[in-house]
Design a protein around this ligand. Sequence first.
Ligand code: ASP
Length: 586
Amino acid sequence: MLRTHTCGELTAKNEGQTTTICGWVNSRRDHGGLIFIDVRDRYGITQVVFHPESDKDVFNIAETLRPEWVVSATGTVSRRLEGTTNPKMATGEIEVATTGLTVLNKAKTPPFEIDAEKEANEELRLEYRYLDLRRTRMKKNIELRSQVFQIIRKYFTDKQCLEIDTPCLIKGTPEGAREYVVPSRVYPGNFFVLPQSPQQLKQLCMVGGLDRYFQIARCFRDEDLRGDRQPEFLQLDFEMSFCTQEDVQEIIEGSIREIIATCSKKKLQGSAVPKYTWKHVMDTYGSDKPDLRYDLPITDVSHFCEGCGFKVFEDALKLKNGTVRAIRIPKGAELSRSEIDTWTELVKELKAKGLAYILFKPEGPSSPLLKFFKDGFLDDLQKATGAETGDALFFGADTYKIVCAALSRVRSEAAKRFGLIDETIHSLFWVTNFPMFEEQDDGSLTFSHHPFTSPNMDEWENRKTKPTSVHAVCYDLVMDGYELGSGSIRIHDPILQQEVFEMLGISPEDQQKRFGHMLKAFEYGAPPHGGFAYGIDRVVMILAGEPNIREVTPFPKDQKAKDLLLGAPSPILAAQLKELEIKLLA
Ligand code: ASP
């Protein structure tokens, strides 16, 4: 090694030792003839000092040093003078009195200061990610990420899982998202796709008798991006044979518990990881991934609304799946008009037509709606929701889906506005009993998890009369308001799999074309099996308290799915296109 110590390890215990450290010039201070350089590496920062009376050549080089130059400094570890120690730094008691200095590499002035208090803009940070990674915040996130990988590997290996890698060039696994495609040169006109997840391959591992599998799998989804999404991301992918959903849940939640216990200062809320049905969380919180670090439940008030006098509520009940629901916000009466306007705009983005409200002010209830209410209706609402003086009620009146989305948004905005989130805990729970099928706007059915999910066989007989009443044996794990991941017990019977494909509108020919390999495999003794996958970036993001997964991804794409560092995607050479027999339309 070019160094004897890192920049994070020298303390008073090393006093008198000769050391060589290597790193980047974090800062330089000239003090009355003395030059102090803070040298930084991954492990910390060490102060090195140059005395003018020491070697002239060394001093002269020290005078030329600029931020981010790469240096090697040799000298004696000495205690700092009293009053100049820095208890905040691990190396704050010492400095290196330098006798030798080598510039290993010069650096241009970086486009942003590495240890600046204020963050540089994100575009610049992504374009110069290698500089961004030198910052403490990023370094900590990368360290945390690496720690999570280690825990996962050990945990799942201890659970008798084999770490099995699956290919990235595969046939499409249509699980809802758009796929990235890769043209084949050898078979022009044919394409591989990049896996959205190793779903089918992990199931085939079970058919292959491997019993328990895990993988830190890279997944690709060509979706429009949101804060906690990336075109490519890592998931902990898991599958096991001869299991119930409870077996899968126990193993998965154990891994998250272990990650939290090792990597987070926060405690898990409660000792057990609760299980709620999809219907319960939707009805009570308006979301299938509510943040339960605070309560703020939603109340169904539909049954009071018939003939209530307010047309918007009355009309909502006439819609298919129409409902009227209210959320009580304690202290909400202090919300200003402009805050309510902002929330109204937010729910309009979710297709709500508006946001009706009542503020229970000390001088009496105030709302543009009151004049429409028939006698007794306000009392009914107050009784049902428990609204008291000082509170606010916000209403959603529309289809169930829209009302849930709107009031869930109000719920989370209110929690932020009134500081209701308990930041000392992590809330972790299961959501179970999802509907097997969702009805699309055109009346056709789509899967709510993926097409390999087993229906609840006790309800399967209702598939013909009311398919949307059939539940799937699938489950999500939710943490602090984020869906960490989903899983299910899979179909292992080829006949049932074909029937589900048919209900999803996939013709027998298409089934063969797209999933023939799965149907064939199921004919050769597929064991009952199930699994799960959770987003590792998302877990790290939550633990790091970061607002989005780009902050915990070493080399992320930006919000428009571009790699600003490498400049990708980019055109390819005409010769490459020709080889692939691809002609561009524009
Ligand atoms: N393949 C699923 C996903 O990526 C997870 C699973 O069912 O195991 O969401």
